[in-house]
Design a protein around this ligand. Structure first.
Ligand code: FES
Length: 236
């Protein structure tokens, strides 16, 4: 038993001395390398919070032009003028293309004007033509109708207008056949004033197309028209 305990003690002693030797060998080396690493880090580290002079801007002298100021300015004006001119030409072309694209086509323009042969309309008669989707009344007025229309006191009218301001030739009355109340088409040669009568709500127009009675607020509208030659009227 004594020899067994002696053997254990010797083994423990040997193990302790071996471990201590290994630690003694390793520890100084690791400590030295750690110190060296710390030293390097502290030498290269720069804190982002340390105070620096931020007003110290770099000089631009080396980028500045060596030419005289007038020559530089002329060059800038030339560039600005050239690009401005190009931009204006481009914008004009774009707007022009847009407007041409949006404008009425040739067939629509052809419908925009209507030619009427007046020689086919007897005195004292109306015809109705279609222009831009609306009815147009053309009346060949008699001498008596013209006298009646011209003799009305315009102060008595709801929408005061002289007959001479509504016609280009007294014998020809050209106006839109759309009631100014709610847009019905009045009936010709009817009503209390020998002109037109709107049956929708009872508006009466005289032989000049002026409102005389009923709810319509305004005279019948006169469209653009012209007489390019005798016996011909062009509406539109
Ligand atoms: S629409 Fe003609 S009177 Fe009303």
């Amino acid at each position: 038993m004594a020899s067994l305990s002696t053997t254990k003690h010797a083994a423990a002693t040997a193990l302790r001395s071996f471990t201590g030797h290994r630690l003694a060998c390793v520890a100084p080396t690791s400590f030295a390398s750690l110190q060296q690493h710390r030293g390097q880090a502290s030498a290269s580290y720069t804190s982002p919070f340390e105070k620096r002079d931020t007003t110290n801007t770099p000089g631009w002298g080396k980028y500045a032009s060596k030419k005289p100021e007038l020559s530089n300015r002329m060059f800038q004006y030339f560039l600005a003028g050239t690009f401005g001119g190009l931009a204006a030409v481009g914008a004009k072309s774009t707007v022009q293309d847009f407007l041409v694209n949006m404008s009425a086509s040739a067939d629509v323009l052809a419908q925009a004007k209507v030619e009427i042969d007046l020689t086919q309309i007897p005195e004292g008669k109306n015809i109705i033509v279609k222009w831009r989707g609306k009815p147009v009344f053309i009346r060949h007025r008699t001498e008596d109708e013209i006298k009646d229309a011209e003799g009305v006191k315009i102060e008595s009218l709801r929408d005061p207008q002289k007959d001479e301001d509504r016609v280009k030739k007294p014998e020809w009355l050209v106006m839109l056949g759309v009631c100014t109340h709610l847009g019905c088409v009045p009936i010709g040669e009817a009503g209390d004033f020998g002109g037109w009568f709107c049956p929708c709500h009872g508006s009466h127009y005289d032989v000049s197309g002026r409102i005389r009675k009923g709810p319509a607020p305004l005279n019948l509208e006169i469209p653009a028209y012209d007489f390019p030659e005798d016996g011909l009227v062009v509406i539109g």
